[in-house]
Write a protein that binds this ligand. Sequence first.
Ligand SMILES: Cc1cc2nc3c(=O)[nH]c(=O)nc-3n(C[C@H](O)[C@H](O)[C@H](O)COP(=O)(O)OP(=O)(O)OC[C@H]3O[C@@H](n4cnc5c(N)ncnc54)[C@H](O)[C@@H]3O)c2cc1C
Length: 537
Amino acid sequence: MFEVQNQPPPLEPYNLFASDAVLGEAVQREGAGWAKGELTALGATLGKPETIRLGFDANRFPPQLRTLDRYGHRRDEVEFHPAWHELLTIALADGLHSSPWADPKPGAHVARAAGTYMLGQIESGVYCPIAMTYGSVPTLRHAPALASEWLPRIFSRDYDRNFRPVKQKTSALLGMGMTENQGGSDLRTNTTQAKPAGDGSFRLHGHKWFMSAPMCDAFLVLAQSPKGLSCFLMPRWTPDGERNAIQILRLKDKLGNRSNASSEVEFHGAYAQLVGEEGRGIATIIEMGNYTRLDCCIGSSSLMRQAVAQAVHHARYRTAFQKKLIDQPLMTNVLADLALESEAAAVLTMRLARAYDEDSEAAQVMRRVVTPAAKFWICKRTPFVTYEAMEVLGGSGYIEESIMPRLYREAPVNSIWEGSGNIMCLDVLRAIERTPNAVDVLRHELGDGKDVRLKDATTRLEKWLAAHDRNDESQARALVRDLILVLQAALLTRHAPSAVSEAFCASRLNAEDGSAFGMLPRGVDFRAIADRAAPRN
Ligand SMILES: Cc1cc2nc3c(=O)[nH]c(=O)nc-3n(C[C@H](O)[C@H](O)[C@H](O)COP(=O)(O)OP(=O)(O)OC[C@H]3O[C@@H](n4cnc5c(N)ncnc54)[C@H](O)[C@@H]3O)c2cc1C
């Protein structure tokens, strides 16, 4: 057998928290310094070879639908590889599904964001039920009786994989069913019917074209009731201990996100209870949407971080043409450019998470306006980053044993679900229009940075926001991109080393051509930026 040479050691074991300078600084800055001990412990758990292996196994052995039992009775169950359950056990033990609600305190959403940012790097599929459960809490609280029944189990950190009525379980996870075959963006087209059952509950007839994580214990579902589109809680089991009339037709054969099950379902008189005011279903469930959109920002930032960490790690060890890749000037430029994108996403995401910890008017504007804007831009950048980072590993990056193909396949999904790119940009226009003081608050957030390029870009953005045609839908993507780039530049100028903020302002604020990474201009300290992104324990 020939000798294996010039291959880097695997990036394991490593501590995802302790080795990530950008994350550590952000956690401290955004008010969750108290969580560093827990986050360091979680970072160590997630970076163990055996945990990393769970992520691979959960994707290599995707979930299987069992529609009927051997005698033909309906089962409507999905079976997962044990790795899926082990990953959920880790996530729940750390409270990633509900800790800011179960134990509210300043910085709680930031601490939880840092935890999910690390989880998503090791396995993104389990993030789906974690995000939906987290997002469901404010919506569920619109129905106090249901909340008092369900929240104690939603707050539990003791993951219970059993498929049985929730009263017999230690914990509960929640999903959501909004999208129907005829339209997911325009939810008013929902056709599922909800009929009052006479005892305060409803029976639902209809379908959902996408309903992910169907083994969740209950779902927030939209359906047309006598007073219009309303929000319901639909458990997998009825209060009588019967399987609810939710038929899982099939599981989607997805590009990525393969460890997670996404189903098509039909409701044949399924038991459900009203949440919030009847006829105000979209307003009720949209609260959940804001949190799950924050999670899309976290999830995509986390994919970028893992891709960049793997790329820089590889380049530090692999030699070509007598030099380490990281010492080859053109590669250093590529790595620095990738690291910039990842850091800008992480810094903005963690800043946004802090807005969910605060109650000020400024925080409300950040939540309402910046959440969809950040979701649009961060999610749009992720496929490019994962693709370019894959190439840093050369041919090995294209091979499943590296994590890169999985990251690449996962990359587009956060942009599609929870409101696709265009819908996010139109939402930003609407939010700016309807939120009092939105422009003033944004102006304050941008600050008066000293960098001349940032000043110019901020002035251009302010003019645009003040213009009579700012609501021109055809230009909404460009406006939202500019808003986020200026915001990211302002945050980096304030908080990152000057090598990072300099390079970001030089490359992102006046960019003529952003079509590929590795075109940072001369004068940038490429090596300092790449080194900062290196995952070092
Ligand atoms: C893996 C996966 C899991 C999912 N899980 C769930 C789930 O658990 N629960 C759930 O409810 N849904 C789920 N979804 C569905 C997802 O939320 C929808 O696919 C998404 O909201 C888009 O809806 P649609 O597919 O009907 O596309 P459409 O609404 O038909 O939109 C198609 C395109 O048109 C654009 N568009 C729409 N209106 C406008 C406009 N006015 N101007 C400009 N462009 C416009 C959209 O941005 C989009 O790009 C999941 C999707 C995926 C891929």
